[in-house]
Design a protein around this ligand. Structure first.
Ligand code: PMP
Ligand code: GLN
Length: 378
């Protein structure tokens, strides 16, 4: 009776990584690289520590870092955010997402999410008394039916959460999707939370559709982003969010009493590193080569797939192999074959099971080859 989240257990990412460690399995479950971050960036952290960045950073974040982010948004999306009052540095995108939701969602407010959905959205909505309204997308194309979204959209809809490139499906929003979202929300008070942590990881020449490219969306939107994804250091937990001033001032009311500020030396190092666009502009190419290696090696396996369009996750359909549940099959693969993945049903409405597993290919080529050999043997 004490619990505010009686139906929430331990996140699948902790569960599967622990199982992988216990059985010494290759860990393609939780999304993190198994290679090192650039040595130059690591050197910048120690330089920042040696030169005195060891006390509290300013509440909204290191100003040089906010300025570097503003320049990047201008360079990539031709979009202006004022570093003074429209950009805030956060303890990863997770904290930004939680803070945005708790700053705006009141009891009974409805929040639309697209499933399969990243797992931190729903608990944050529920703990604030909000109601999650799910739009279930289906494998393998995960296409959005905007008529369905419109049928669930009403004056009670306080927020819509989108995520492009999308974790876990590896799909991306098209320009048409963004225009549909813009049309749907244009005469409403609905806030858009746009989770863009994979903005720099998009394939086959596709262009990332940031909400800030669409002026009528930008004015109602938060963008959340994460350096962990971009610079191969998920353990640093530094991210940020951007939003128009009126929204950001509400965000900061919560942020200042939630974390106050984020660790200082990493922010200084990231500021210096972000100033050089080549440090993030080649990320798509880097990961596309990994995706292509992985898929070319397993093309004759019994797993079916459509190549991921973005993110460093590839979903594989195992329905030709077995009809056991995806959670069960993910465990079997880890324990008996030594390869850990994430079952997609945990992200779906009522745990709908499409017999799909997610594999993180942010791994060395050697690890990808070993994993492919396992998948080919099944
Ligand atoms: N959103 C999505 C879609 C993610 O995949 C992740 C984690 N990788 C996050 C948010 C959280 O990012 P962070 O690790 O910076 O908190
Ligand atoms: N975002 C990472 C993933 O999708 C995991 C982050 C976490 O462990 N919370 O795998």
């Amino acid at each position: 009776h004490l619990s505010k989240l009686p139906n929430v257990g331990t996140t699948i990412f902790s569960v599967m990584s622990a199982l992988a460690n216990k059985h010494d399995a290759i860990n393609m479950s939780q999304g993190f690289p198994n290679f090192k971050s650039d040595k130059n960036l690591i050197d910048l952290v120690s330089q920042a520590m040696c030169s005195g960045y060891n006390q509290y950073a300013p509440m909204p974040g290191n100003m040089e870092l906010r300025e570097a982010i503003a320049k990047k948004m201008d360079l990539l999306y031709n979009s202006t955010y004022n570093p003074e009052d429209e950009i805030t540095i956060t303890a990863g995108a997770t904290q930004a997402i939680y803070t945005i939701i708790s700053a705006f969602i009141k009891p009974k407010d409805e929040v639309i999410i697209f499933r399969p959905a990243y797992d931190c959205y729903e608990p944050a909505i529920e703990i604030n008394g909000g109601k999650t309204i799910s739009i279930q997308l289906t494998a393998p194309n995960y296409t959005i039916d905007w008529d369905e979204v419109e049928s669930k959209f009403s004056s009670k809809t306080k927020m819509i959460i989108i995520n492009t490139p999308q974790n876990p499906s590896g799909t991306v929003f098209s320009n048409a999707n963004m225009l549909a979202l813009q049309k749907l929300t244009q005469d409403s008070n609905c806030i858009v939370l746009s989770d863009e942590v994979y903005e720099h990881i998009i394939y086959d020449g596709l262009q990332h559709q940031s909400v800030c490219r669409f002026s009528n969306l930008k004015s109602r939107s938060f963008i959340t982003a994460s350096f962990g994804k971009t610079f191969h250091n998920t353990g640093w937990k530094v991210g940020y969010c951007c939003a128009p001033k009126t929204l950001m001032s509400e965000f900061r009311k919560v942020h200042q009493f939630n974390v106050f500020s984020v660790n200082s030396p990493m922010q200084k190092a990231l500021a210096d590193y972000l100033k050089e666009p080549s440090n993030y502009l080649n990320l798509s190419e880097f990961y596309q080569a990994k995706r292509d290696l992985f898929l070319s090696l397993i093309k004759h396996s019994r797993f079916k797939f459509k190549p991921a369009k973005g993110t460093y996750f590839q979903v594989l359909d195992f329905s030709k192999i077995t009809q056991v549940g995806d959670v069960e099959f993910a465990k079997q693969l880890t324990v008996e074959y030594g390869l850990a993945s994430i079952p997609l049903s945990v992200f779906n409405n009522n745990n709908r099971d499409d017999k799909v597993l997610r594999f993180c290919f942010a791994k060395t080529d050697e690890t990808i080859k070993k994993a492919a050999a396992i998948l080919n043997s099944i």
